[in-house]
Write a protein that binds this ligand. Structure first.
Ligand code: ATP
Length: 453
């Protein structure tokens, strides 16, 4: 008879929302008395995943079979990590862990079955996704990531292969129900502030945020970068950074502002491209947060918010920069108390792609001086490591990269997105104080120049 020992699936009530069976079995054949194993669904570096039917209830599941690693190995840490994190989460777009079974030699993770495979396979079949399909996926993904970040959990390996599709799709079905999976590299950070900074470079190179490769360390903003890469790939079928050699790819990711060279981008709305620019900001201090992504007009469908980056906020920033260039520091706008402060710190060099439009949560933003366009001083928070893992790319469907991007048509694109209506500056609602290109609120009121004069 099956010997079952309920292990410590329950820890503290604060961290654990649900009970997950964690059961020790005598041997592997005992599991076959509980589940009937079916077809192989896939294989990862950790083990094989099978479809399986729970014999008693006749419900279908996916079972990941992992050879029990030697105690203390990095693999055991990753498997335990994945199990612990999955036990703590309960979200519509995060894979549901039903049970864990352990024998002396194996660990079995029973998760909900996703019949549609993963997004990489789906993208290979479809070549690209429409804007509506992409919006649906990115909205769900952002929702899952916001949920994780609120629980101080960083996924660190978001990529097409780790986003499963719940059901097999009809060709014309735009509602793709996704489930984020593979939490082996995920980590729970210590809370707000400096404890949130991680230094271990991990993940898949093509999706890896530039700060993960630098020697400065990184925060949960690395997940937002990966969402940007996923979104880019869904819309055009190719990665945003395409260098074939690892060293060149690293350089490209760390130094290049995202571009939209393929002809297909001419059919994609400015709002989507502008959003991608905000997600793929090299400097995490200026990158949009997952929360801000959820509020972005491209996601919410708020077509009253202009999509093009030439907005009043940017104009004000440019004006401010111009003013700072042409005027000495002791300008009349400084108050008497400011006059007594130390001179302005010389900001570190700003990468050309950096602007203020996509700035993330205040805790990621450097201490600012009076200009909202001041460059980031975030590097003082960071200290870190080198990248150690690389990934592949969708190589099968290349389009002509040499074409220059065309302007999107003035009428509705094939992607189904209506062009944004751009009210005049006067028509814009000042109470929102949003960055009009992204729909985000500006960093702080004080960082806005009150007048343009
Ligand atoms: N719940 C599921 N439903 C359907 N298919 C699944 C499920 N989980 C995994 N798969 C399939 O099995 C493959 C491998 O799974 P998974 O990525 O979890 O394994 P892994 O060993 O952790 O992989 P990696 O090498 O990326 O760490 C997936 O790409 C997917 O095709």
């Amino acid at each position: 008879m099956i010997e079952m020992n309920l292990m410590s699936a329950r820890t503290s009530k604060e961290t654990l929302k649900r009970d997950v069976l964690d059961i020790r079995l005598e041997n592997d054949t005992d599991l076959r008395e509980i589940y009937e194993f079916g077809m192989k669904l896939g294989q990862g570096s950790f083990g094989v995943v099978y479809e399986a039917t729970h014999i008693e209830t006749q419900t279908k599941w996916a079972i990941k079979e992992v050879c029990r690693p030697a105690a203390g190995s990095s693999k055991v840490v990753m498997v335990d990590n994945e199990i612990e994190i999955l036990k703590q989460v309960n979200h519509a777009h995060i894979i549901h862990l039903q049970a864990v079974y352990r024998t002396a030699t194996m660990i079995y993770l029973v998760t909900e079955l996703c019949k549609g495979g993963d997004l990489r396979q789906l993208l290979q079949r479809k070549k690209f996704f429409t804007e509506d399909e992409t919006r649906n996926i990115i909205c769900s993904l952002a929702d899952a990531v916001v949920y994780l970040h609120k629980r101080v959990t960083v996924h660190r390996d978001l990529k097409l292969e780790n986003i499963l599709v719940k059901n097999s799709l009809n060709e014309d079905d735009s509602s793709i129900d996704i489930k984020v999976t593979d939490f082996g590299l995920s980590v729970k950070t210590g809370g707000a502030g400096i404890e949130n900074i991680m230094t271990e470079a991990c993940g898949t190179l093509m999706y890896m945020a530039p700060e993960m490769m630098s020697d400065r360390g990184y925060s949960q903003m690395c997940d937002v970068w990966s969402i940007g890469v996923v979104m880019y790939m869904l819309l055009c079928g190719e990665p945003p950074f395409t260098s074939k050699r690892k060293a060149l790819l690293l350089k490209e990711i760390m130094n290049t502002e995202v571009r939209f060279p393929q002809p297909i981008w001419a059919t994609v709305s400015d709002a989507a491209k502008n959003l991608l620019t905000c997600l793929l900001k090299v400097d995490p201090a200026y990158r949009m947060s997952a929360n801000q992504l959820l509020e972005n007009p491209w996601i919410t469908g708020d077509t009253n918010v202009p999509a093009v980056p030439s907005n009043i906020f940017e104009m004000m920033c440019r004006h401010r920069e111009e003013k700072e260039r042409t005027q000495p520091l002791a300008v009349s706008s400084l108050t008497s108390s400011e006059d007594t402060l130390e001179p302005f710190p010389i900001p570190p060099a700003v990468s050309p792609e950096t602007n203020s439009n996509c700035s993330s949560d205040a805790k990621h933003r450097p201490e600012t001086n009076s200009s909202s366009c001041a460059s980031s001083a975030s590097s003082k928070l960071y200290h870190g490591t080198k990248a150690n893992k690389s990934g592949g790319s969708l190589q099968d469907k290349r389009m002509n990269n040499s074409d220059t991007p065309k302007q999107p048509p003035a009428t509705q694109s094939h992607a189904g997105v209506k062009p944004s209506i751009q009210p005049s500056i006067k028509q814009r609602r000042p109470q929102d104080k949003k960055d009009f290109s992204t729909g985000q609120k500006p960093p702080t009121d004080s960082s806005f120049p009150e007048t343009m004069g």
